[in-house]
Design a protein around this ligand. Structure first.
Ligand code: ZN
Length: 236
């Protein structure tokens, strides 16, 4: 199986928080993307209801939740590396790069999306997967990948970067909200961030992504129109 676009994140729910609208749009255009998650989210005991669960139990539940969210969003293929949640930075770097590259090469995507170097919110796991995916792609381990995108963040804005792709989730919100609800074990954190899921908050409305690397060059200049065309997305 192949997919033209692959998303690489740390935990089940990262994909929905950051890119549910883009994923749904790609799938609607006939390009269902693939998803690679470094962990099964087995340390995500944020909700009181799961405090007594073992890591194995919680990881298994979160993989099931991810399967439901994947169906809602139209994700073609979900892979888990099952590395330890919360401890990605301790993972042997060469091994981690090899595992990520193998997963990417299995799907042969032309574009890969991941966190920006600061992880977006600074989470150590987010920073680790960003670094490892960036290494795998830009150091020549993933021959099919022509473009690497980072989720847009405040730190990228401060560096003067601009988003190449912006997705308005307003009309996609029912699907994004359903995918968020699928991650029921994380619902308290989800509500803290998104509020009442029946409404799309103005500050959560847009998803944005910067083109970090293309064909060997960092931070190429590109119009949003070119970026959308390359991804097979409708011009906004
Ligand atoms: Zn995360």
């Amino acid at each position: 199986m192949t997919a033209p676009v692959m998303f690489c994140y740390a935990h089940p729910d990262d994909e929905t928080f950051l890119s549910a609208g883009l994923i749904r749009t790609l799938s609607d255009q006939g390009f269902p993307p693939a998803l690679l998650l470094a962990t099964s989210g087995d340390a995500g005991h944020k909700n009181g209801a799961y405090r007594d669960w073992t890591r194995e139990e919680l990881g298994a539940l979160r993989e099931q939740e991810m399967a439901v969210a994947a169906q809602v969003l139209g994700i073609a293929d979900v892979r888990f590396l099952r590395l330890p949640d919360g401890r990605l930075q301790e993972t042997d770097e060469a091994l981690f790069v090899r595992q990520v590259a193998e997963a990417i090469n299995r799907m042969q995507p032309a574009a890969v999306f991941t966190f920006p170097p600061d992880g977006g919110n600074g989470h150590p796991d987010h920073r680790a997967i960003s670094r490892i995916v960036s290494k795998a792609v830009t150091e020549g381990h993933c021959g099919s990948v022509r473009r690497l995108y980072y989720v847009f963040s405040d730190s990228l804005a401060q560096e003067g970067r601009i988003p190449a792709v912006k997705i308005d989730t307003l009309h996609l919100w029912p699907d994004k909200a359903d995918a968020l609800r699928a991650h029921d074990s994380q619902i308290e954190a989800i509500r803290r961030y998104f509020g009442d899921l029946s409404l799309c908050l103005p500050e959560r409305r847009y998803e944005a992504f910067a083109l970090a690397w293309e064909d060997g060059a960092w931070w190429p200049e590109k119009t949003e129109r070119q970026a959308l065309e390359e991804l097979g997305l409708p011009l906004s």
